[in-house]
Design a protein around this ligand. Structure first.
Ligand code: ATP
Ligand code: MG
Length: 569
C-alpha cells in the first residue's frame, strides 16, 4: 500500500489521559482514535489491520483445535440473565436498557447465558457432545475506571469460547487442550507470557488459569518460581507453610497490660517478639446480595497480610469493604486490640490456615490496652481458610525455592465452569441410558483488542511501537527519502511491485514529506523491517533496517531484493 493514499494520521501530541506506552503510541501512530474519552475507540485502517491479524492467529489455532466459530447477538434479552441470576448480581458494569416495548435488555459483557441458550435449543443427546463453540465479538462492560487505551476499554473485542461435555473428566481434558492451544496462540503472536493459577471466585477449585503477558506496566501482580514452573496470580498464590527461626514467646495463658500497642509493629517492639508470633485481626464488612452484610474478623500471623480476594471467597461475599472505628465500637469490638477468640455475637471469625497448629501466640484481648499471651490454636475447631497474601521470598509449594513477584497483563483466562449455567438455564442432554443430565461446561476468553496494547507494552522503545512479526500492520516499510529523485523512485517502485508479487505486505512511503519526518513515522509505526532508499543510492547502496534496536545494514542496491527475500520469505 502507498502511504500517500492511506489514512494514517500520525501525530506528535501525546493524549492528555495517556500514561502507558501502548496507549500513547496507538493514538500517536493513528491506529486508534478515542471517542469521547471514555473507554470507547474507533479503529482506523492500521489499527483494524493489526486487530484483524491478531484475530486471524486466534481463529486459526482455534479452528485447528476443532472449535467452531459462531456469532451471537450483542444485544442480549435480560430474561436469560434473570434465569441465571446474574441480572441482579452483576453490578454496575452491566449496561441495562429497555426497548420501545419496555422489554429489558443488556449489552453482553460475556456470553455464557447466550451460548447455553443456543446449545440448549440444538443439542439433545450425548452423541452431539463434546462441543466447543466460540465467537470473536464485541463486549461491553461499563468499567468504573476505563483507562490505558485498549487495555481497559468499555467496549472491547473478546474471543469467548464455551465447551459442553457429558462429564467432568471430558471437560478437564478439553481445559488442558485449550491451555495448550492458547500457548500456541501467544507463542505465534511473539509474546513473552506465563500461564498462572487464577482466582476461581467463590466456586473455588484449581480450575482457572490466566495467560499473563509479562510487562512492568501490568495491573496484575503474579507470583512466580524461577526454579520450577509454579506461577499464580497473587489472588490465588499459595506457599510452603512459613516458619520462623526466632524464638517463640513461650508463656502460660494470661491477660497482659500492653499500653500503646495498637499496631503489629508497636506490639512486636513491646514484647521483643517476631511478628510471626503475633495474631493480626482484621475487620471487614462482607457485602452480599439484596443489601445484606456481615462483619467478619480475619485472623492471621502478624508477619502476613490479608489477601482480599481470598478473604472474600472464604466468606462467599460479593465484596469486602473496610469498617469504621465507630462501627466497630458499636458492635463491641475494640480497634487495635481485637481478638479472634473473644468475639461479640453476629461477628464471624475466619482463621488463616497457617494458624491451625500455632502455639505461643499473642493476640488482642478485645479490651483497651490488653493482649492475651500464651494462645494455642492446636486442636481448636474453627473456620480455617487460606487468606494470606504470598510475599516475595516465601517458599514455593512445589519445589521449596524462593518465590518472587512480577507484573503481568491478563490477556486470556480459561475456566472450568461445571454445571452452574446449564443447570440454571436447563441445558440438559440425554445420556446413553436415556437419563437427562446437565451439560458440564468450560469457558475460555482472550482479550483480542487488549492484546494490541499488551504486544506494545512488551515491545516498544522511546520512539514508538515494535510490532511482532505476526501482529505487524505490514511486513516491510520502504522509504523513498526524496520523491523528486527519479532513481530513488524507480528503485522504490520496482522493489514495491516485486515484493508484493512475492506475497509480502509492503508499505511504500511515497509522500512528499521531509526525510526526517518519514523516519519518525517509520519508528512510530513500528513495522519490523524497512528499506531506506536515500542519498547513498548515488554510490549504489541502500539501507536495510531492523526496527528492534534500530539496526542498519548498508546493502548494494542490486542485492537488496535478494536480501529481503532471504530474511523475510
Ligand atoms: P480484568 O481482571 O482485567 O478486569 P476480567 O478477569 O474481568 O479482566 P474476563 O472476564 O476473564 O476478564 O474476560 C476475558 C478477557 O477479556 C480477559 O482475560 C481480558 O484479556 C479481556 N478483558 C476483560 N475486561 C476488559 C476490558 N475492560 N478491556 C479490554 N479487555 C478486557
Ligand atoms: Mg479474568
Amino acid at each position: 500500500m502507498r502511504f500517500s493514499r492511506l489514512l494514517i494520521p500520525t501525530t506528535k501530541e501525546t493524549p492528555n489521559d495517556a500514561t502507558l506506552a501502548s496507549h500513547i503510541y496507538l493514538i500517536r501512530g493513528g491506529f486508534i482514535q478515542s471517542v469521547g474519552g471514555s473507554g470507547l475507540y474507533n479503529f482506523l485502517p492500521l489499527g483494524k489491520k493489526v486487530l484483524d491479524k491478531v484475530r486471524a492467529v486466534v481463529k486459526d489455532e482455534l479452528d485447528k483445535a476443532n472449535c467452531q466459530e459462531v456469532s451471537l447477538s450483542f444485544v442480549t434479552p435480560a430474561s436469560l440473565w434473570k434465569e441465571s441470576g446474574r441480572f441482579e448480581k452483576y453490578g454496575k458494569e452491566l449496561l441495562r436498557f429497555k426497548d420501545r416495548k419496555n422489554n429489558d435488555f443488556i449489552l453482553g459483557p460475556t456470553h455464557e447465558e447466550m451460548m447455553v441458550n443456543l446449545v440448549k435449543q440444538t443439542v439433545k443427546s450425548y452423541k452431539q457432545l463434546p462441543l466447543n463453540l466460540y465467537q470473536i465479538n464485541l463486549k461491553f462492560r461499563d468499567e468504573i475506571r476505563p483507562r490505558f487505551g485498549l487495555m481497559r476499554g468499555r467496549e472491547f473485542l473478546m474471543k469467548d469460547g464455551y465447551s459442553f461435555h457429558t462429564s467432568t473428566e471430558d471437560m478437564e481434558r478439553e481445559f488442558t487442550f485449550m491451555e495448550e492451544t492458547y500457548k500456541k496462540i501467544f507463542r505465534r503472536l511473539g509474546l513473552d507470557f506465563r500461564v498462572v493459577e487464577a482466582d476461581s471466585g467463590a466456586i473455588g477449585g484449581s480450575g482457572s488459569k490466566e495467560f499473563m503477558v509479562l510487562a512492568d506496566s501490568g495491573e496484575d501482580t503474579i507470583v512466580v518460581c524461577d526454579a520450577c514452573d509454579y506461577g499464580a496470580n497473587i489472588e490465588a498464590a499459595v506457599r510452603k507453610e512459613k516458619t520462623c527461626d526466632e524464638e517463640a514467646p513461650e508463656a502460660v495463658f494470661a491477660k497482659f497490660h500492653t499500653p500503646n500497642t495498637k499496631t503489629i509493629d508497636e506490639l512486636s517492639e513491646f514484647f521483643h517478639v517476631n511478628p510471626f508470633y503475633l495474631v493480626k485481626t482484621v475487620a471487614k464488612k462482607a457485602l452480599y446480595d439484596e443489601g445484606e452484610s456481615k462483619i467478619v474478623l480475619f485472623a492471621l500471623r502478624g508477619s502476613d497480610d490479608l489477601q482480599e480476594v481470598k478473604a472474600s471467597n472464604a466468606v462467599q461475599a460479593n465484596e469486602l469493604v473496610d469498617v469504621s472505628e465507630e462501627e466497630l465500637t458499636k458492635l463491641g469490638l475494640v480497634a487495635g486490640y481485637m481478638s479472634p477468640t473473644i468475639v461479640p455475637e453476629n461477628v464471624i471469625v475466619v482463621l488463616d490456615n497457617e494458624l491451625k497448629e500455632a502455639s505461643s501466640m499473642i493476640c488482642g484481648a478485645n479490651e483497651e490496652e490488653y493482649h492475651l499471651i500464651g494462645n494455642s490454636f492446636k486442636g481448636v475447631e474453627a473456620n480455617y481458610h487460606d487468606v494470606i497474601s504470598v510475599q516475595e521470598g516465601d517458599l514455593c509449594v512445589c519445589c521449596g525455592e524462593p518465590l518472587r513477584y512480577t507484573k503481568g497483563i491478563e490477556a486470556g483466562h480459561i475456566f472450568q465452569l461445571g454445571t452452574q449455567y446449564s443447570e440454571a438455564l436447563g441445558a440438559n442432554f440425554l445420556d446413553e441410558n436415556g437419563k437427562s443430565k446437565p451439560m458440564v461446561m468450560g469457558t475460555y476468553g482472550i482479550g483480542v483488542s487488549r492484546l494490541l496494547a499488551a504486544i506494545i507494552e512488551q515491545n516498544h522503545d522511546d520512539k514508538g511501537c515494535i510490532w511482532t512479526k505476526a501482529s505487524a500492520p505490514f511486513d516491510l516499510h520502504i522509504i523513498i527519502s526524496n520523491i523528486k529523485d527519479e532513481k530513488q523512485v524507480a528503485l522504490g517502485e520496482e522493489l514495491y511491485e516485486s515484493l508484493k508479487a512475492k506475497g509480502l505486505d509492503v508499505l511504500l512511503d511515497d509522500r512528499k514529506e521531509r526525510f526526517g519526518s518519514k523516519i519518525k513515522d517509520y519508528e512510530l509505526l513500528g513495522v519490523p523491517h524497512a528499506v531506506i532508499i536515500g542519498k547513498k543510492l548515488q554510490d549504489g547502496t541502500v539501507e536495510f533496517v531492523t526496527r528492534k534496536e534500530i539496526v542498519k545494514e548498508s546493502v548494494l542496491a542490486e542485492n537488496i531484493m535478494n536480501l529481503v527475500e532471504e530474511r523475510m520469505l
